[in-house]
Write a protein that binds this ligand. Structure first.
Ligand code: NI
Length: 225
């Protein structure tokens, strides 16, 4: 009888764990155009203090400018994707120029941080025409689903509200390490969403959580339903 009771309890425990796992919420914070230098170290301190791993879509010319910060981003366990060497719009480049932009940046990130990026985010989200995407064939293309336009305001509260009000589990949040208001907002966004049951993961981890195997050259805005 005792054995049966133990078995029933174990069954309920499993059900409960299964239930709460289903309800867990996940999101990915992403930061474009960096490392900007001035604000990056403080952002990295906040992420580390709050034990959050994010994804950084870096520009090659900035990596060249801030090799130490680039190395720290990798060392701190964040994911790194490419955002173009010079931040020129991908849809306006011929295939050879785009290949050079990506190869040059990828090589530099490898040299600087010992990291091989598998993700790309086109500047402004502007993709080349479908039949001119072969330069992207080494990467999964990651866009976003929540955009607080943090670059356009210095109002921290507005940035926080724009993210908090629209976010759903599986979302990819687009931000920049380019102002104090963005960095302050990140700290608050993390605290608010953690209190709502969110776990922050990198983009690749977010895909894995939702059972998505990232495919080269495919475009993703978010994961889940
Ligand atoms: Ni950008």
């Amino acid at each position: 009888m005792r054995r049966i009771a133990a078995a029933v309890m174990a069954f309920w425990f499993l059900l409960d764990v299964g239930g709460s796992a289903m309800q867990k919420k996940y999101a990915a914070l992403t930061f474009d155009d960096g490392p900007t230098g001035k604000y990056t170290a403080r952002l990295l301190d906040i992420l580390s203090e709050k034990d959050v791993h994010a994804t950084f879509f870096l520009c090659g010319y900035r990596v060249e400018q801030y090799p130490e910060l680039t190395a720290r981003i990798a060392r701190d366990g964040h994911e790194i994707g490419v955002h173009g060497f010079s931040h020129r719009c991908f849809s306006e480049l011929d295939e050879q120029t785009l290949t050079d932009e990506l190869d040059r940046e990828c090589f530099l990130i490898g040299e600087t941080a010992g990291y091989a990026p598998a993700l790309v985010r086109p500047p402004c989200g502007a993709l080349p025409e479908k039949n001119h995407r072969s330069p992207l064939s080494d990467y999964a293309v990651i866009l976003w689903s929540v955009d607080p336009k943090d670059w356009a305001t210095d109002d921290r509260t507005r940035i926080v509200r724009r993210v908090i009000s629209g976010v759903k589990s599986g979302d990819i949040i687009l931000m920049h390490d380019a102002s104090d208001s963005s960095v302050d907002a990140v700290a608050e966004i993390i605290d608010c969403l953690k209190a709502e049951g969110y776990t922050f993961v990198t983009v690749s981890e977010l895909a894995a959580v939702f059972g998505v195997e990232l495919e080269k050259c495919s475009v993703y805005h978010r994961f889940g339903g």
